[in-house]
Design a protein around this ligand. Structure first.
Ligand code: C2O
Length: 522
């Protein structure tokens, strides 16, 4: 094993990802940010210097952080924000996982403004290694022309009436194209410089080569149907878990999910569209000016360079799912892991309610709407012996897990939208999901080699049942990854093995950042 060192500088810069200039928050001036790449067993060390006006923290999405919960990078849960002008060095090992991950700011909705990038872990034990020659990363994201702070303020005000900010566009690897004229003028703040015909991302393919394309939805809100004209996609990985191969033409991918697909360059030498179609029909409020078809180009070696391939989209009959994940019988892990027996079970309702006196529609997990602690973290509270559960205020829903090996969760969605829920530090065993109400004992659960992944879509007015092993000490967030929804409160936390948390050797430097963190503005 070796150590991978990175030095990051985060600052505000004005760039034009889709041709329209706007201020963004960038790591080392890059969008997306730098690739973090390591082998299983390696140590990853990232010195993060915050040159912004607000605090920040970096989360390593999908890393188990077993024994290093304080490196998880979630504000109010495992740390206080890194104050403006200061640095913090993340330092953790990756002992027994591999696949496609990503990193992003976990302070308010900051990642939407650009603070995200890919995190790829390789291993000689990957079962599909011999089946491809080249690795390609495609980060797909919705894109807003307004900074996320303003959008959150609007969303969490009575003006929004609970409607989420709808994206203005989308980008693939930080590039998109935008029509600056006519109707789309409604999609940008007046005065911003706008250039028509900004270049899309181009991926160079060689005929005969098989590519492992790693697709990451790093957006705020939209789920996509991903496809490549004329090319089948063979899914081999979901969220860092190897899958038995399954072939599709269109792949549904919700916020924060990842897939690896094998793509064989077996077509005529030419240019082909990569398509990420925003599922705008899953939004409550459509935006008529928005072009939901986000594109990039695959260019075979020897093909003429063009910004407009002639290739044709797969027919809509190739759609396998809309506003939900691939079904559990399509996605089967390559290597089974026994499902932990559950000695406790929790039922959590997801809803939006307007019960605050200021008439704002907030997200609720049972009776709690999360607000981040500002000068403390639930991890630090737990270590100080405040059982986070006793300390429960109306804003922290913390479930202590002491003497239990396995936990079952019934997540019940009372809302009209689907929600991509991410669990920090774990993969779930996904035992089942469906529409309507889950009925224990009536709806059968899959206990033999069920899907494992770290981000699941809970269908609109539907349910999902998951299990996980309680073997990773720390405070772990479980939240809707739609930025607007985590900001509106859709978050619970698990306090795993509190006795072990008491003796955790958390660096003093990390705790000292709490004193300064009132500088953090939401
Ligand atoms: Cu990708 Cu709580 O995060």
């Amino acid at each position: 094993p070796t150590t991978r060192y990175y030095e990051w500088n985060i600052s505000q810069q004005t760039i034009a990802p889709d041709g329209l200039e706007r201020p963004m928050l960038l790591v080392n001036g890059m969008f997306p940010g730098p690739l973090v790449e390591a082998n299983t067993g390696d140590r990853i060390v990232v010195k993060v210097t915050n040159n912004m006006v607000n605090g920040t923290a970096i989360h390593w999405h999908g890393m188990f952080q077993n024994g290093t919960n304080w490196m998880d990078g979630s504000v109010g849960i495992t740390q206080c924000p890194i104050p403006p002008g200061q640095s913090f060095t993340y330092n953790f090992t990756v002992p027994n996982q591999w696949g496609t991950y990503w990193w992003h700011s976990h302070a308010a909705s900051q990642y939407i403004d650009g603070i995200y990038g890919p995190l790829i872990i390789h291993s000689p034990d990957e079962p599909h290694l011999a089946e491809y020659q080249e690795d390609v990363i495609m980060m797909i994201a919705d894109h807003y022309h307004t900074d996320s702070g303003s959008l959150v303020s609007w969303y969490l005000s009575p003006d929004s009436e609970g409607a989420e900010p709808v994206p203005d566009n989308g980008v693939i690897n930080g590039r998109g194209t935008f029509d600056c004229s006519g109707d789309s003028q409604a999609l940008f703040p007046t005065g911003n410089k706008c250039n028509n015909g900004a270049p899309m991302s181009v991926f160079d393919f060689k005929a005969g080569t098989t590519y492992r394309v790693r697709i990451i939805n790093s957006g705020a809100f939209a789920d996509f149907q991903f496809s490549i004209d004329n090319h089948n996609l063979t899914v081999i990985e979901a969220d860092g878990v190897d899958m038995q191969p399954v072939q599709v033409q269109r792949l549904p991918i919700h916020v924060a999910q990842r897939y690896s697909v094998l793509v064989h360059a077996n077509q005529a030498v030419d240019n082909y569209w990569v398509r990420a179609l925003m599922n705008t029909n899953c939004f409550n409020t459509p935006n008529p000016a928005l072009n939901p078809s986000i594109q990039a180009i695959i260019r075979y070696e020897g093909a003429a360079s063009t910004q407009a391939p002639n290739s044709v989209d797969w027919s809509s009959s190739a759609w396998v799912a809309v506003c939900v994940d691939l079904t559990l019988d399509m996605l089967k892990p390559y290597t089974p892991v026994p499902v932990p027996a559950a000695d406790v079970s929790y039922h959590i309702d997801i809803s939006f309610q307007t019960i605050s006196k200021d008439h704002v529609n907030m997200g609720y997990m049972n009776q709690t709407s999360w607000r981040p602690l500002m000068n403390d973290s639930t991890l630090f509270q737990s270590q100080r012996g405040i059982s986070a559960f006793d300390a429960v205020s109306s804003s922290q829903f913390v479930i202590p897990l002491n003497n239990t090996n396995g936990v079952q969760l019934v997540l019940n969605n009372l809302d009209e939208g689907s929600h991509p829920f991410h669990f920090h530090g774990h993969v779930f065993h996904v035992l089942g999901w469906g529409h309507g109400n889950y009925q224990a004992g009536v709806t059968p659960l899959e206990l033999v080699n069920p899907l494992r992944r770290d981000t699941i879509t809970i269908p609109a007015y539907g349910w999902t049942v998951v299990r996980f092993a309680n073997d990773n000490p720390g405070l772990w967030a479980l939240h809707c990854h739609i930025s607007w929804h985590s900001e509106s409160g859709l978050m619970v936390q698990f306090e795993s093995l509190p006795d072990k948390i008491k003796t955790m050797d958390i660096p003093a430097e990390l705790k000292s950042m709490c004193a300064a963190s009132s500088a953090m503005k939401r």
